[in-house]
Structures are given as C-alpha cells and as structure tokens.
Design a protein around this ligand. Structure first.
Ligand code: DQA
Length: 137
C-alpha cells in the first residue's frame, strides 16, 4: 500500500509558525511516528510552497498510488487548479487541515478541493493526518 502525503504552502514552518494554532511539533517529527505506526504502508512525503509543483506531484502519483492525503494550506481556499488536478486523477484523495477551519475566518470555510475529494478531516491537530490514513486503509 502506497500513500502520498502532500503539504502545501507554509506547512514547512510547522513547529515554528503560529504555534497556538498549529502546535509546536515539526511535521518531520510527526511523520516519523506515522511511519512507525504503519509498518505495512509506504508513506511518501512531499511539501511545496508552489502551486504548480503540488499539481505536478498529484499527476505523478495520482494514477499509481493507493491514496493521497493533502493539506493544501491556503491554496485549499483559492486553487481551482489543484481542485481540477484532484478531479483528473484516479487515486482517492483526502483533504486534511490541522486546525478546525470552520472555527476560523470566513474565507477558510470554503474549499476548492473538497468536492473532488473522498472526504475532509479538519481540526484534530496533526492527528488529522493519521485519521486520513485510517480512512484510506
Ligand atoms: C490549514 C488551514 C488553512 O486555512 C491555512 O491557510 C493553512 C493550514 C490547516 O492545516 O489548518 O496554511 O490548512
């Protein structure tokens, strides 16, 4: 089983940025725990701050991998192009957010990705990624 995790803009700063919202752990340290928890799953990780690179990664893995977990960061709310990329691939995609976007500013309540995803998980901190993997297994 091959699962790709994709993190979008500013998520390279997890553990540093806005700790009261996103916590103080880096994604790399969380990823180590995830990988250890699922020895039978190959978990690949990709992060980019660039919209087109996220789209290229979706195209690259979206016909061969078993599942994709994506936190597109702020692109979630703006990117028709990432939404279209998800619509165009075969691999099921789960949208995740660390924070409960529905408790936050109005502009975070809408997603350009969600209607093309298998489901959406938001508000469980880093554990949102684990719940997304569980949903794909
Ligand atoms: C986020 C929520 C987005 O609104 C925000 O732009 C992010 C992170 C989250 O994981 O809670 O960068 O996707």
């Amino acid at each position: 089983m091959n699962i790709q995790i994709i993190n979008g803009p500013n998520l390279n700063l997890l553990g540093v940025r806005e700790k009261s919202i996103y916590g103080d752990a880096s994604f790399e340290s969380y990823l180590e725990q995830l990988v250890a928890r699922y020895p039978n799953v190959t978990i690949s990780y990709y992060q980019s701050n660039i919209e087109g690179e996220i789209i290229n990664k979706l195209h690259e893995v979206g016909f061969t991998f078993d599942g994709i977990v994506i936190n597109a960061g702020a692109y979630t709310h703006t990117s028709v192009a990432i939404g279209d990329a998800i619509a165009g691939i075969n691999t099921p995609v789960v949208e995740v957010h660390i924070s409960n976007v529905y408790k936050r500013e109005e502009f975070r309540h809408s997603s350009m990705l969600a209607k093309n995803c298998k489901g959406v998980i938001a508000g469980f901190g880093m554990d949102s990624y684990r719940l997304a993997i569980e949903s794909l297994l």
